[in-house]
Design a protein around this ligand. Sequence first.
Ligand code: SME
Length: 156
Amino acid sequence: MALARPQASGDWDEVAARIASLTEGETDDIAKMATIACELRQSFDCFHWVGFYRVTAPGMLKIGPYQGGHGCLTIPFERGVCGAAARSGKTIIVPDVEAFPDHIACSATTRSEIVVPVFAGGRLIGVLDIDSDEPNAFSGQDARALEAIVTAAFGR
Ligand code: SME
């Protein structure tokens, strides 16, 4: 059953263990992204959109596997929270999307967002983007847990 939101670190341990077990031995990035998006979306009710944008050309992100309403198909590194995370290689938490000037609104109901860069073999291969209709939905604990999940799945 889904929790409203992650609270205890044990909540994240369970999700991480489930993802590790589901993706064990899988080498295809799209298969892993699809599984992670599904598990995260179904684990926490406040995660209203969960998906990946992939680096498909220099400076360009293209939509990957996701769960939720449709997302924009292409995001250049110069744009949005996703672009900022891709440029910096660092996780970005946006507690209030209206206060982030370059936020790209894919859904009018989104209030907060987290974007985690995804590396494989030292190369940025994409970003994991999670949107919530609730303000301030994401914590530093969430950032660390999501970073650990993508590192375990794709390497570093
Ligand atoms: N809000 C993102 C765009 C992607 S959608 O949220 C699915 C951004 O500003 O980069």
